[in-house]
Design a protein around this ligand. Structure first.
Ligand SMILES: [Mg+2]
Length: 276
């Protein structure tokens, strides 16, 4: 007809597998987390001795610190949350009694649960991508909790499979978890991309497994090395995201491959990495 302004040219180059992180990539963890932290701060104003951004960052740091023990079943998730809140109070310069920490943990959880949502645009982007590619979620955490999150935000049926650090036994950025995802889909690394918000876990992890990374960088902050990963500020506009996924510069030249010069296409990862 000649009237189509945006022919779907880029879509023809979409890789056959799109791997996606869950927390703060599909699932708006930051949004719910901040709602939880705001609620405990209303009840215990001393939390505001540190700005929200710093509190939120520290909370994530504490969570990552406890991740291994929770995933291995050595620490009950609710107990872990109570400990995080107690330690966050100390970070903010005051102490909560055990009982107060338990109460604060409950306050946090109620506010958090009320604000769970998908990252804006994630649902539409997945459905557009899935018309051309398989979608696998690669995430650090327990299977049960990550399934729950996908279900709560309405994306459980928008993906083809889920790979978690709990089932693989190692967490991102370990390349083994990405290799497991490639095996699940039955595709080589060169036919996949990985989209995630964490430079270390998602971008560098995927790259180490020979997978082209795309960095979802929603917060303001320093841009990183564009020769390693394309940067997108969000799922919207979806057409821009689709162009990033299909970016022919990376497909043709192998830019973004390890600095050794080995291109992802020549660098099919081995499965010799040690497992914990
Ligand atoms: Mg993440």
């Amino acid at each position: 007809m000649g009237t189509e302004r945006h022919p779907p040219r880029a879509m023809t180059r979409v890789p056959s597998l799109v791997l996606v992180d869950l927390d703060d990539t599909l699932y708006d963890w930051r949004w719910a987390r901040r709602a939880g932290l705001a609620a405990v701060t209303t009840r215990w104003p001393a939390f505001s001795h540190r700005p929200m951004a710093a509190r939120s960052r520290e909370y994530v740091r504490l969570l990552n610190e406890m991740h291994d023990e929770v995933v291995r079943g050595r620490l009950d998730p609710e107990d872990a949350r109570t400990r995080r809140i107690a330690r966050l109070a100390m970070y903010c310069g005051f102490r909560l009694s055990r009982r107060e920490a338990e109460e604060a943990s409950e306050v946090y959880q109620i506010a958090y649960a009320a604000e769970e949502r998908a990252v804006p645009g994630a649902g539409e982007a997945l459905s557009r991508l899935r018309a051309r590619a398989a979608i696998g979620v690669v995430t650090n955490h327990r299977v049960e909790e990550q399934r729950r999150k996908l279900s709560v935000i309405g994306l459980a049926t928008a993906i083809d499979f889920l790979v978690t650090s709990e089932e693989v036994g190692v967490a991102k950025p370990h390349p083994e978890i990405f290799r497991r995802a490639l095996d699940r889909a039955g595709v080589p690394a060169r036919a996949a991309v990985m989209i995630g918000d964490s430079w270390e876990a998602d971008v560098l992890g995927a790259r180490a497994a020979g997978i082209r990374p795309i960095w979802l960088h929603r917060s303001r902050g320093r841009p990183r090395d564009p020769s390693i990963a394309q940067e997108i500020a969000g799922w919207r506009p979806v057409d821009r995201l689709l162009r990033a996924v299909a970016d022919p510069r990376y497909a043709r030249t192998g830019r973004g491959s390890p600095r050794s010069g080995a291109s992802p296409s020549k660098n099919r990862p081995s499965l010799r990495a040690p497992r914990r």
